[in-house]
Each structure stands twice: as C-alpha cells, then as structure tokens.
Design a protein. Structure first.
Length: 496
C-alpha cells in the first residue's frame, strides 16, 4: 500500500516509517521542514511532500494516490488556542482524505478514563478525544488507537519516569502516583499501527491499546528501579501538589520542560486502563507480545546505554520555537543582523576537529565558561523554555533536526559545517555556526559565527547587554574546541 505519514519528524512517526517500509509498503511523508528527514537512514526510500496539516492544498497534494493515511500530529503547547488548531487540522485531514479516496485513516490518540465527563479532562486528553471523533466522522474508515503511557527509549513518558526514579531516592510525589495506569511498549504500539493498515473496510472505530499489566505510577517507579539495578526508592505521596506544581516539579528534576510535563501529569490525574482488547481481532499478537513492563523498560534502557535511540520526545519541534532559516540578507531580518565571528588556524587534521565540533553539547558541554551556560539554561527553564537538559540523542553523531540542549540542528554537512538554531526563550532569533576548512597554508581553519536577529527594542538591548561577555563565551569556545582537537590528535598520534 501507499501510506502517508504525518508527524514523521516526531517520536512515533520517525519510528513508524521504517516499520512500514519493512512491511513492504510505500511511504510518503508530509513535513513542514523536509530537511529534518534528510539524515534518517530511510530518507532515500520515502517520498516527502512539504506542507502542513492545517493547509488544505498541501494535504490534498500529499493524499494523492494514498491508501492509508497516518495522523500522528497535534498542536499541544502552540498556544491557548491549540484545541482549535487541532480541530481545524483534523477536519482538513479528514475532508482531504475523503476527497482523495483514501481507504483508511489511522490515528494514535490518548486513552481516556471511562465515566469521566469529557469537559473535566485535561485540555490535552480532551483535544485528543475530539480529534478522534472528527476523523471517525470524516466518512473515511478510521482506526483510532488510544494509548496511555508509552514505554520506549526516548519517549517523554519514559524519560520522565527514568529521571524521576534515578535522581530521587526519596520522592515527595503528587497523589496521582496512586492512580492505575496501563503502560504499553513502543514496539507494540508500532506493531499495531502497522497492522491497522490492513483492517477490513467495514471497521471504523476506536480501540484501547495497552500492555498486559495495570500498575500505579508508584509501582512503575519501583519496578523501574529494580530493572535498572537501583536501590529501592521511597515514594511519599502528598495532597498539595496540583498539576501545575507537579509539572514544575517534573521540569525541575527531569529534562522534560514544564510545557510538555504539564499535559503528561494532567493526563495521570485519572485512572487510564483499557476496557477492551478488541484490537487483537484485527492485529493478532505474536508470541511474547504485548511486552510486559519490565521487558519494555529493559529494552529501552539497553537502547539508551548503547546509544541506539533512533527518535526522542525532543525530535519534534518545541512549541513556539523559531523555525525560520538563517537569513542571508540583513534586509530580510528587518535591517539588523548581529554577528560574532571567530577564526583560528590549527595544526590538526580536519577530521579530528570535526569530531570535536560534532560532539559538542550534552555531556561534553560547550567548551567555555560552564557556569555561564548553566545559568543561561536555568534562566530559560524559569521562563518556560527547554533549558540545557535535553542533551543529545546520540553522544557522537548528529543529524538534521536533532535537539541539542537548547539548540536544534538546522544544517549539518559532515566533516565541514554544523549550524544550530536556538530554541531558548529570546527576544529574537539566534544561530550558532561552526565549520572547518583546509587553509591555504596547509593548516585547518576553524570558523565560528553567532548570529542574532533582534525583535524590537528589547532584542537590541539583549544583544548589547550580553556583548561584553562574548569574548569569554564565544572566544573561549573557539579556543577550547581547537585545543581539544589538538589534544585528541596528539593522543591519537602517540598511540600509533
């Protein structure tokens, strides 16, 4: 079949595409920024259409000759009107699917508690439920899969569970840790998503999707600790932590920012367990599936430890983050484009210098004034930004679209150039570019440029307020990157 995948730059979509290809399907991806898909191993095997689910024309183009359309996007966190955006996008998607003669829509939503009035649900769950209804009413046979907590390397739910358990041997927790949840392994979610493509045409309904166990969040933390080989954790639920306070608490302890932690914690206020397993009639369970909680955690931890995390929760763009490319014309930026440029010639092979450039951030840090970077990260978290804790998907390799602390990889040309776009909260747009080229004198030339496009008077004031520190931060970074490359090259030469 020809399958359309929306959300291919996200956590689930990025993993679904290779699964569909392995099942023998043709895949087309609808993406706002196709370049983010360029460095995936499967990029050469798919067709990519540039567009957005709220744009009827681009959705119509993407739907052409499609058999199955996967809807894996949502507007969570894009503003107070995100529910209206979700509603409009779902209607466009359903209408264009029906007009194109699509045989099936497959949507992954959230598991909602039975018997709880919809208006009392969190905006996140309420919007997910409404999108499911809109797609079911589209006139196209639709499969709505409703899952609770998805356990897999890099998922936001797993990262939240992992960091809370590993960092806090004694935890003061909100009351929702006593609520029952039915977690499901990401491998089972992907298996069911792929299998749903071949459902009979007369099936159009929602299905609950979950693993074989029902656990409280407290039990999940204790079981995680046991699988990870940690000492037993002490969990002390208290009644005073509201969803907002819970999200701030999660944001403080884990890499998951409050903007994402809040909908996750709000979704746990109620018990979310499966009330039927009808999906097995259409997508049979192979031996050993669905995976139990301990197995799912063990597999996820193995992926993390082996640096084999293919997608992360941060793979998707941060809501509200800038997405404009680096301007090449100052007039495009409104007449102002501030630049800080540093160049150093160094007697090291270009390959050695590139390894340091590509390994920047995460555990390796930013090679200058660590306290300043740490403070900037904390300030960003305090105003609702992502801060520095997102780290890296892979310790040594980067690809276009990867998150890197509070940056995102906008462009990477292996061995030559790395351009990062800032996703921190700023009164403007910012980029950091590092490159290495062979010099005319036979040495390797390191070039580093920081760009800032100010928004209004506050943006100009911001640039000039931090400009006195540039020689320490950016100058120190250039010097330390080249020194580190030289040290690595010397050690490599000594071991030959």
């Amino acid at each position: 079949m020809r399958c359309l995948v929306t959300g291919a730059t996200g956590y689930i979509g990025g993993r679904l595409v290779p699964e569909l290809l392995a099942a023998g399907h043709q895949v087309r991806c609808l993406a706002r920024t196709p370049a983010k898909l360029r460095d995936h191993t499967w990029a050469g095997s798919v067709e990519v259409v540039r567009g957005d689910v709220t744009d009827p024309a681009s959705v119509a183009e993407a739907m052409r000759d499609v058999d199955v359309a996967y809807y894996l996007v949502h507007a969570l966190g894009t503003g107070k009107d995100f529910e209206a955006t979700d509603r409009r996008a779902a209607r466009v998607f359903g209408e264009r699917a029906r007009a194109a003669g699509v045989r099936r829509i497959v949507y992954l939503g959230g598991l909602t508690p039975r018997g709880v009035p919809e208006h009392t649900l969190s905006p996140h769950l309420r919007s997910r439920a409404e999108v499911g209804r809109i797609l079911l009413d589209s006139g196209v046979p639709t499969t709505v899969l409703r899952a609770a907590v998805i356990i897999g390397s890099g998922s936001a739910s797993f990262e939240m569970l992992r960091y809370l358990t590993e960092r806090l041997p004694v935890m003061v927790t909100p009351r929702w840790v006593r609520n029952r949840i039915q977690p499901v392994a990401v491998r089972d979610v992907l298996r069911i998503l792929v299998g749903s493509a071949r459902m009979p045409e007369d099936v159009s309904r929602a299905f609950d999707v979950g693993g074989p166990e029902v656990l409280t969040y407290r039990e999940m933390m204790l079981r995680y600790a046991a699988v990870a080989g940690l000492p037993r954790r002490l969990v002390l639920p208290v009644p005073v932590l509201t969803p907002r306070l819970s999200s701030l608490w999660v944001s403080l302890v884990t890499p998951v920012p409050a903007s994402i932690a809040r909908p996750l914690t709000e979704s746990l206020r109620h018990e979310v367990v499966c009330h039927e397993r009808d999906i097995t009639r259409y997508v049979p369970e192979p031996p050993g599936h669905p995976l139990d909680f301990d197995t799912a955690v063990s597999l996820a931890l193995r992926r993390v430890r082996e640096a084999q995390v293919t997608t992360r929760w941060s793979s998707a763009a941060v809501p509200g983050a800038p997405s404009d490319p680096l301007p090449t014309d100052p007039d495009w930026a409104g007449g102002s484009l501030y630049t800080d440029r540093r160049e150093i010639a160094v007697d090291v092979p270009r390959e050695a210098l590139w390894r340091v450039i590509e390994g920047i951030g995460g555990e390796n840090g930013w090679y200058s004034f660590p306290l300043a970077w740490a403070v900037r990260g904390w300030l960003d978290r305090l105003v609702g930004g992502v801060g520095l804790r997102r780290g890296r998907r892979d310790a040594a390799r980067l690809r276009t679209g990867d998150s890197l602390d509070f940056w995102r990889v906008e462009e990477i040309q292996p061995g030559r150039l790395l351009r990062l776009r800032a996703e921190m909260r700023l009164p403007g747009l910012a980029w950091l570019e590092m490159s290495c080229e062979p010099g005319a004198d036979g040495r390797t030339r390191y070039c580093q440029r920081a760009f800032f496009v100010p928004h209004g008077l506050l943006g100009h004031a911001y640039w000039w307020s931090v400009a006195p520190f540039h020689s320490v931060v950016f100058g120190g970074m250039a010097r330390n990157i080249t020194r580190t490359a030289a040290a690595h090259a010397s050690r490599a030469e000594a071991t030959r």
